[in-house]
Design a protein around this ligand. Structure first.
Ligand code: SF4
Length: 215
């Protein structure tokens, strides 16, 4: 992200943080992934159980799985053994019982609406109910104007890039455009639009970062 773009986001962020606060999130902003990662590490106490939703941001940009394990936390990460279906499901089911669930977002609107699209559904489930706390982190490349823009971003940007990353043979991986396909490799099934903090989550922190993170 160029400096002018980062400066543009600095001007927009106070209003977005305010919208998120009105929706009962604890909202905060960091200039870098490194700062956001350290903040998240500081929020998670020794011994707390942690689940990680499917997210390139959490793993590659912030390196949180490794950092938390180094700190002594147990982290349930279903990306560890992608080919082992039984193990993946077992790890995903544990996500609903953790102290802290970590997630990113496919899109966040200027009004503070958070949108995620899942194939399996563990991430959308665990950002609604189950974990005591949720910490969600997103680069400002995920910011869009409206909820329609957010849904479009999930299906025409995030999902196609994920399909390419996983070498799936879906129409969106071929063309970059969603056609609401019937592909056996379909990567999306459950769409979650968070209008405000769900009741079942005791504390929900939303962290915006002034960098391009994930996709
Ligand atoms: S419905 Fe099919 S084409 Fe559309 S985003 Fe999902 S996998 Fe891609």
């Amino acid at each position: 992200m160029r400096e002018a773009e980062r400066d543009y986001y600095r001007k927009k962020v106070p209003k977005i943080l305010d919208e998120l606060s009105k929706k009962e999130y604890e909202a905060c902003f960091f200039e870098t992934a490194e700062e956001a990662g350290q903040f998240i590490l500081d929020q998670i106490k020794a011994g707390e159980l942690v689940g990680t939703g499917g997210s390139v941001t959490l793993r590659e940009d912030l390196g949180l799985v490794e950092a938390l394990r180094n700190k002594g936390n147990t982290v349930f990460d279903h990306w560890e053994d992608e080919e082992n279906y039984e193990k993946r499901i077992e790890l995903k089911r544990k996500h609903r019982e953790v102290d802290v669930f970590l997630s990113s977002a496919n899109a966040i609107t200027e009004e503070g609406i958070i949108v995620n699209l899942d194939g399996g559904g563990n991430r959308v489930a665990s950002t609604c109910s189950g974990p005591k706390r949720v910490i969600l982190v997103a680069g400002l490349n995920k910011l869009v104007k409206t909820t329609d823009d957010a849904i479009s971003r999930t299906r025409n940007k995030a999902a196609p890039i994920n399909a390419v990353r996983k070498s799936l043979k879906t129409p969106c991986a071929e063309t970059g455009v969603c056609i609401d396909c019937d592909s056996p490799s379909r990567i999306c099934a459950a769409l979650l639009i968070l209008l405000k903090k769900p009741w079942d989550i005791d504390a929900f922190t939303v962290i915006l970062v002034n960098e391009d993170l994930g996709y």
